[in-house]
Ligand binder design. Structure first.
Ligand SMILES: [Zn+2]
Ligand SMILES: [Zn+2]
Length: 330
């Protein structure tokens, strides 16, 4: 089969992924093999190929928003030909203190799709049968792919930020994840304020129903109850913090930040404001989000790239040069 292989992490402009002919994986016990129909591109893929997340296995195939159809290892629940989604959390041990507390997103021995095991920038991918999700029928492959990490983890960020119905919520950065969180917030009657670089992202935010859209470090015109940051930038976290009312929460939806700059505790954090990170996802986040996505008829904005343009797709995510999500069609 054809697969995108990472030989050595480097700047994505140097084209770190090469398309190679490799052996098709065997499903093995408790796993299924899917034929990949689409695989979304996430900022985490970028951090993996550029080496910001610590060494990936040599010869890794990234990609963790896989829409695939079961072709081997079928079970009663997952029959041959069934369309399923595979996400970032590819498996847990089920036995560590975090798993036992229902916090499988913090598992001590996790498997991450497209990072600790091969992912979906390939024609076929292997996945643990108990970590795949049935997908809403109404969504085609292209539209379903970005829901699987951008959507699920964006949704988890809203939970971590403690968003309640009718609140004022800031989204700092407006890529794939934020543009999927916005319609969920509107369905909860929240008012949404978007700070993002790039005029086209501001336009998209307004067209999707944001009350206000400003540039990356602009402060929204009202004090926010909650803020979620998506850019891998500590300056943005501080800007978000500066926009909060007393008792408000900033949730950082980023697996990597450049740094956290020094900031004024008395003015920005005192008053029981909180900064929280958002780490990974649980299977119940996935199921709950896919249910809501189906109910509100969530339709991501996507740009498709063929597998041999995977480096260009990553570059587009890095430069914020497309609106919505990039998706690879192998
Ligand atoms: Zn565990
Ligand atoms: Zn991701």
């Amino acid at each position: 089969m054809k697969a995108a292989i990472l030989t050595a992490p480097q700047n994505v402009a140097q084209r770190p992924l090469t398309i190679s002919e490799v052996a098709q994986p065997e499903p093995g016990p408790a796993h299924i093999l899917v034929k990949v129909r689409a695989c979304g591109v996430c900022r985490t893929d970028l951090h993996i190929v550029e080496g910001e997340l610590g060494p990936a296995r040599a010869g890794l195939t990234p990609g963790h928003q896989i829409v695939g159809e079961v072709v081997a290892g079928a079970t009663d629940k997952l029959p041959q030909g069934k369309r399923v989604g595979v996400s970032w959390l590819g498996g847990t041990d089920g036995s560590c203190p975090y798993c036992r507390r229902g916090l499988e997103n913090l598992c001590d021995s996790p498997v991450f799709t497209g990072y600790t095991v091969d992912g979906g920038f390939a024609e076929y991918a292997r996945a643990r049968a108990d970590f795949v999700f049935p997908l809403p029928e109404a969504l085609d492959d292209l539209q379903a792919a970005p829901l699987l990490c951008a959507g699920i983890i964006g949704f988890r960020s809203l939970r971590v930020a403690g968003v309640e119905k009718g609140e004022r919520v800031g989204l700092f950065g407006f890529g794939s994840s934020a543009h999927l969180a916005l319609p969920v917030l509107l369905s909860w009657n929240c008012e949404v304020f978007v700070s993002t670089r790039g005029a086209s992202h501001r336009q998209l935010a307004t067209s999707l129903g944001a009350t206000w859209a400003g540039s990356a470090l602009d402060r929204p015109p009202v004090a926010l109850d909650r803020a979620i940051t998506f850019a891998p930038s500590g300056d943005v976290v501080v800007a978000a913090l500066a926009s909060l009312r007393k008792g408000g929460i900033v949730a950082i939806n980023a697996i990597h930040l450049d740094r956290i700059p020094e900031f004024d505790y008395d003015r920005l954090l005192w008053g029981e404001r909180q900064i929280r990170s958002v780490a990974n996802m649980t299977r119940s986040d996935a199921r709950d989000f896919l249910q809501i996505a189906s109910e509100i008829n969530l339709r991501p904005k996507v740009t498709a790239f063929p597998l041999d343009q995977v480096n260009q797709a990553l570059l587009a995510v890095k430069n914020d040069s497309i609106d919505g999500a990039a998706v690879i069609l192998p």
